[in-house]
Design a protein around this ligand. Structure first.
Ligand code: COA
Length: 233
């Protein structure tokens, strides 16, 4: 990528996890350079998108991911491939073997986030607020009863930001676990510490009490975002 080295850049480090932000805004030169990094399967996936911005999100996030993974592995960005685990979570294969790297990607609008670590399962989720969302009816499908009750007390901006905090927390946790939304998001509650404005909380899935996770709220005034990873202790 010749012109703008900054379009995929390190945003912060949380413990041993590097979080990168990716600029997904339209840029034909950047997109052409990104295309060269994709393998055959990725190129045909890119071609199959019907919606232009979805194609661009995939292309630029995947190219950014290839660049950072290449640096970590000390390999060219085209030297490895991606396979998928049972529920679709991608992982890296180098020379036919799973590489000792864990990552996760999220994109929304013109913005993407990548989480990358060597050591543990990780999940990341990002949502830019949408203009017309019926939070009550969406919440009825994806939130637990107490979360829905708390949401119903709020209005306007507070309601939207509470919803996105809940939603990105649930997505980050289920993406870290690898199930995505095949694990019912209404079947567990986001920790109270996070809902009260705390940035970090420990978490256990109800059906997996021996396994501890850490949830970090990365949200800002303009977007909801969360990072989740398996805890060592
Ligand atoms: C696929 C899913 C894991 C995330 O979907 P999403 O929130 O739409 O999309 P995101 O941009 O956050 O994440 C997509 C990335 O997650 C990764 N991913 C796919 N399946 C995954 C899984 N089972 N576990 C973890 N990560 C997964 C992929 O890398 C994918 O990016 P890529 O296709 O460009 O490689 C899943 O949770 C899902 O289907 N979500 C539905 C979204 C929805 O209903 N949103 C309404 C919110 S208001």
């Amino acid at each position: 990528m010749r012109r703008d080295e900054n379009w995929c850049r390190s945003d912060r480090t949380v413990r041993d996890i590097e979080v990168l932000s990716v600029d997904l805004s339209p840029d034909i030169e950047r997109e052409n350079a990104a295309l060269v990094l994709l393998d055959e399967a990725e190129s045909s996936r890119y071609e199959s998108f019907q919606v232009e911005h979805a194609a661009r999100q995939f292309l630029l996030c995947r190219a950014g991911l290839r660049k950072v993974i290449g640096v970590r592995l000390g390999q060219p960005a085209t030297a490895f491939s991606f396979s998928k685990a049972r529920y679709g979570k991608p992982y890296v294969c180098l020379d036919g073997t799973r590489a000792p790297l864990s990552f996760n990607v999220s994109h929304s609008g013109d913005f993407g986030l990548i989480a990358l670590t060597a050591s543990r399962p990780v999940g990341i989720d990002l949502e830019l607020p949408r203009r017309t969302v019926d939070f009550e009816s969406l919440g009825a499908r994806v939130l637990a009863a107490e979360e829905r009750a708390a949401l119903s007390q709020l209005q306007g901006f507070a309601k939207a930001s509470f919803f996105y905090k809940l939603w990105t927390s649930k997505e980050a946790l289920t993406k870290a676990r690898g199930t995505g939304l095949s694990y019912n998001p209404s079947s567990f509650q986001v920790p109270d510490e996070i809902l009260r404005g705390g940035r970090t909380a420990r978490f256990q899935f109800p059906d997996q009490p021996a396994q501890h996770w850490v949830l970090i709220d990365l949200g800002t005034e303009t977007y909801g975002a969360a990072l989740a990873f398996r805890s060592d202790d």
